[in-house]
Design a protein around this ligand. Sequence first.
Ligand SMILES: Cc1cc2nc3c(=O)[nH]c(=O)nc-3n(C[C@H](O)[C@H](O)[C@H](O)COP(=O)(O)OP(=O)(O)OC[C@H]3O[C@@H](n4cnc5c(N)ncnc54)[C@H](O)[C@@H]3O)c2cc1C
Length: 388
Amino acid sequence: MTLARRDYRTVVVGGGVVGLYTAHHLVRAGAGPVLVVDRGRLSAGGSGRNGGGIRQQWETRATIRLAREAVAAYRGFASEFGHNVWFRQGGYLFLADGAAEMARLERVRNVARAEGLDVRLLGVPEVERLVDGIAPGACLGGSYLATDGTLYPYPVLWGLLEALRRAGTEVAYGVEVTGVARDDRGRLAGVLTSEGRVATGALVNAAGGWSGELSRRCGLDVPNVATRHEILATEPMKPFVDPMVVRASDGLYFSQSMRGELVGGLTVPHPPGVDGGVPSSARFLTSMARALLTLLPRLAGLRVLRAWAGFYDDTPDGLPLLGEDPRLAGFVHANGLGGHGFMLAPSASRRAAQAVLGEPVDPEAREFSPGRFLAPGGASRVEGLQLG
Ligand SMILES: Cc1cc2nc3c(=O)[nH]c(=O)nc-3n(C[C@H](O)[C@H](O)[C@H](O)COP(=O)(O)OP(=O)(O)OC[C@H]3O[C@@H](n4cnc5c(N)ncnc54)[C@H](O)[C@@H]3O)c2cc1C
């Protein structure tokens, strides 16, 4: 593959949802030429491996604001990009099976309501109406927001890619970034790729689970850690549950697709890092089956059609890195989105694009600032609702 040019205003590394959305914001702002490079293929990363969950219930106002903006973007996606992403706002139901979880959900409700979201705490009878067949005594109640939901990730990627190509933006799959070049003043001057050196003043690191690896290749130590997470889809069942259901104690989550399949996951620990690849494990299948049956005994005998895995891109405080790295002018982070990068992509990438353009950023920018980990105490947990 040969790139069309040898100089670009911005090079976006990663052709998943975050990279494509960032390029889209830049192109729409007239800030071309933009090059998107990805060493894999469309949807090879987390963007083609996720559960399609879209929610606004979070512990921090900063994340809620990202999520609200993203929900508005996905609601308008079909008219903007001409692809139906089947965004179904069937709600998100967090279940509490202990007093501590209930208190936690109450705190989430309070923060969300202060941000104008109609999150409601539910008792057992209301939960039973939402989850037909839930085992007696399986929960004490839950929190619910009707405007959360699920979508199909693939049409989002197709819509973004087509829009970029229509606008004449180069999106090159099969091209790897191996490092950066700096000018005399230490600013970013170019990107080193498997197709040779490309001159540019800005690189956006949207490499998902590999973002830590990419930053380190470029000489920047970052706290991002890739973690492997598994997910499965079952054979179809008659529709019985509208919301995405998440158990707060262990993070078990599932939703029912329009075809009737249950799609869901549960975190089983794996060694951190990308070196082990993304195989599925028997341990996940058995843990997931057991966890589901404690909640929905009538699923006994339901067959699993497929299971797969992908990487989350985790940070110590549960918040993303969005903005320019203070150690390298021109190097912009759009990463650290944990297991929630699809739902936050439209708004997180808009903030990354603002940083490239040198525009004033939104009020919560400090909380997402890549420099926060350089300061003492910058690594404490802030956003803890990293579930489902
Ligand atoms: C099992 C599972 C379930 C999930 N469920 C949800 C969910 O319900 N809702 C939600 O919002 N999120 C979910 N996520 C998380 C979500 O999928 C990710 O946060 C999101 O897709 C990240 O998008 P991205 O564009 O940043 O990264 P990716 O889609 O991973 O794209 C990064 C790309 O960078 C490329 N790349 C990496 N290094 C280089 C390099 N050096 N040079 C060139 N290219 C490079 C890779 O090839 C890859 O294609 C889930 C993830 C998993 C694994």
